[in-house]
Ligand binder design. Structure first.
Ligand code: ADP
Ligand code: ZN
Length: 301
């Protein structure tokens, strides 16, 4: 009993938050990546949702799951410029109620811990780099194709920020097979053509209900192959990891790999015995990339 208590005391806990446009997934995780407690809250208003997040973690502290560090992988756009007065804010987002929310400060102040914030996709990319499909890759990219499209980049083990953070989902693609995109900002960007939301607008049917032989899937694969083409030539990644709900469509990955090879037309020399099947892959951490990404952020403090 005494030994057990001692072990409890020595065990290091981290707080992890995967902040999505639909739900906030909160967890206490230990250094061995065991999820000790987990709860999800719908993304409604900042007051309501962040109130629930704070209550959850406060209760966890009472239960003995003390932590000093919280990792937050969040939907954006975010202000990640450390010199900005709005550092750690959700910036101007189309998500109602959430523009200009000082999310990092709120969690820091309410929970009395340090908060490390990054985009949900940079966090997912970091987790795949540390523990998943991109281990030991100097350059790795994680793209989610879900309600929207977003992408995060890891270079030498560090998430790429630059001016702020990448917005790979809004890379311009142009019309494919005469299909126009639906992004209110850019029309035919990746998100405007290939997100689950855009697919529903374009084909008048939800992505999961579109039959596998529907032409929508050819267009989808060509759009995502064009994205991968541009990413291969811009960043020279050893891995592009494609996650998100839409990627659950069977044979979509294979189709993207096929069109990518076709569009690059032998221009990039791959290492011996390597093919695009080794480069463009699904997340090894499955649906846990985002949450473990938040853990990775917490651990890096
Ligand atoms: P979010 O982006 O909100 O985190 P998801 O990654 O789960 O959520 O993506 C949701 C999108 O994925 C929806 O637009 C939905 O239509 C689509 N989707 C979910 N399941 C499938 C499926 N089996 N095949 C194709 N699309 C799917
Ligand atoms: Zn766009």
């Amino acid at each position: 009993m005494l030994v057990e208590r001692q072990r409890m005391r020595e065990r290091q806990y981290y707080a992890a938050v995967e902040g999505g446009g639909t739900k906030f997934n909160c967890a206490i995780i230990d250094a061995e990546r065991n999820i000790i407690a987990e709860q999800r809250f719908p993304t409604s208003t900042p007051d309501e949702t962040l109130g629930q997040v704070v209550d959850f973690f406060s209760q966890q502290k009472v239960k003995g799951h003390q932590f000093t560090s919280l990792g937050l992988g969040c939907f954006g756009p975010l202000d990640l410029n450390p010199d900005s007065l709005q550092f750690g804010y959700i910036a101007n987002t189309p998500k109602p109620h959430w523009s200009n929310t000082p999310i990092m400060n709120i969690l820091q102040d309410e929970l009395g811990c340090s908060v490390s914030i990054d985009t949900d996709v940079n966090a997912a990319a970091l987790a795949e780099y540390k523990w998943g499909a991109a281990k030991a890759c100097d350059v790795a990219i994680y793209v989610t194709v879900g309600t929207g499209v977003g992408g995060g980049v890891i270079i030498n083990g560090r998430p790429l920020h630059g001016l702020n953070h990448p917005e790979i989902g809004h890379m311009l693609i142009g019309e494919i097979e005469g299909i126009g995109g639906t992004c209110p900002f850019h029309g035919c960007c990746v998100e405007g053509l290939a997100s689950g939301t855009s697919m529903k607008k374009i084909w008048k049917c939800s992505a999961e209900s579109l039959q596998p032989d529907h032409e929508a899937w050819v267009v989808e694969a060509k759009v995502l192959a064009r994205l991968c083409h541009n990413l291969m030539l811009s960043f020279s990644p050893q891995r592009i990891i494609l996650g998100g709900g839409v990627m659950q469509q069977s044979s979509l990955l294979e189709s993207i790999q096929h069109y990518l090879a076709q569009s690059l037309a032998g221009y990039i020399t791959l290492p011996q015995h390597r093919s695009f099947q080794d480069i463009v892959v699904m997340p090894a951490l499955k649906d846990k990339s985002g949450l473990l990404g938040a853990l990775a952020l917490a651990m890096e403090q």
